[in-house]
Design a binder for this molecule. Sequence first.
Ligand code: PGA
Length: 239
Amino acid sequence: MKKYNTKKIIIANWKMNPQNSEQAASLFKKIVLGVKKSRKSKVVVAPPFVFLPALQKIGGLDLAAQDVFWKDEGAYTGEISPKMLKNVGVSYVIVGHSERREFLGETDEMINRKVKAALSAGLKTVLNFVKDELRSDLEGVSQRFAKNLIIAYEPLWAIGTGNAAEPDDIFEMATYIRRNIFDILGKKAAYETPILYGGSVDRKNAEAFLRARGVGGLLVGGASLLSKEFIDIVKSINV
Ligand code: PGA
């Protein structure tokens, strides 16, 4: 049984940025070029939905959506299905980001439906974890889909604040998360599910997080909008 993923997963979460497709394409191309030689990391870009097809066309990196709905089709105004994401070549999706919980009122029940729908559509599903909602978010998830699960741990006070957590504290949290995954999804998933750290990651602190025990990668918000800064973050594990 392999312990943790060997390649670090580094996800650029662009949130509601940038404002037009030219800027999105230009940022994406710079990142593609800058991380091309990175062998120790798997870089994924999560742009707003509207830029996904254009960035997929440019190619060079896997793409993530920042959200997904739990139904495949139907009268759900404004929503995007797992199938639609697959059909534009998206392979990852972030589910339950704390900003969606806060500003859109997403509940654990909704997130649980999204997790199940995304996993059964074959999307690698990055569940955003802030404190103790793991059990309700993962309730009823089948063990056979667990290989596509990724947990992104982000302390609320660290998101967008410039105050990152201490790399040493992440191990403790990762252990707690693994213990929960063990109870819900069994031993294999507990060992193998990558646990990412997110919250004010920048080029100065990235290496310490990437080298911290139990950390399988990073979810990067603000710093992923600055191509040089983000490329440095990715390179910090390749030195
Ligand atoms: P931040 O955001 O890096 O700007 O703190 C991280 C996230 O919320 O994904």
